[in-house]
Design a protein around this ligand. Sequence first.
Ligand code: 0WD
Length: 256
Amino acid sequence: NVSLEGRTYVIMGVANKRSIAWGIATSLHKAGARLIFTYASDRFEKPVKELAATLEGQDSLFYECDVTDDEAIETTFAQIKEDVGVIHGLAHCIAFAKKEELKGEFLNTTRDGFLLAHNISAYSLAAVAKAARPLMTEGGSIVTLTYLGGERVVENYNVMGVAKASLDATMRYLANDLGKDGIRVNAISAGPIRTLSAKGVGDFNSILKEIEERAPLRRTVTQEDVGDTAYFLMSDLSRGITGEIIHVDSGYNILG
Ligand code: 0WD
């Protein structure tokens, strides 16, 4: 069944309308899903609520959840359980690294910066999966967002690339643990998209230009492209897929 009516999904990581998480939210909304939004701090409460209000007929719920805080994660999912009971999926669209470490040589990464990037961008997937599991009593689908920089060296991506490699492996181990509960865990490797986070990556414009010139589809991807793939991964159409990385990148990853 391609309709997501009667299903509830948690979307983590909407910062503004350019967020990939917002692309996922609109795709799932169109399919009839009920949405729950979490945001990192009260700074995002108003913008997230204003955005969600534009989704017609959507009766969204909102929770503040800083993924570096175990207690916050526990409280958030306990509250969601109390408020809606069962969830059918979760979109993890969260990453962070110090801006000064997203340029120049990877070699200059500090211990602090390394741990921070891994904490927010990789460990958080394991932490939220653990908290979400008891709410996924009907099975479900967890989707995270990764990037090619975790598979190979991408100029300037540095410590975030190492964190994405960790995220990819975290996704696979979680898929193995949660498969017996009927919960699938997959990643979308998105091509570069201009968002708030992308602003932190050095020389992002030339990364975009390279895609336009060389990727098989000769265009960059949009939040909607990623959103519709997330919709597929949340739906039963993808029921046989877990532990997988799907590249939504105009085919760029196949180039040598
Ligand atoms: O080109 C791109 N934009 C790509 C992004 C290509 C491939 C992958 N991705 C990934 C990112 O690495 C990230 O995992 O997609 C995911 C979503 O990123 P985005 O949509 O590009 O970025 P953005 O709109 O900035 O959303 C990321 C959000 C944060 O925004 P802020 O302004 O705080 O950086 O991640 C959230 C936050 O909303 N976030 C947190 N959420 C909870 N707890 C935390 C935290 N501690 N830190 C950041």
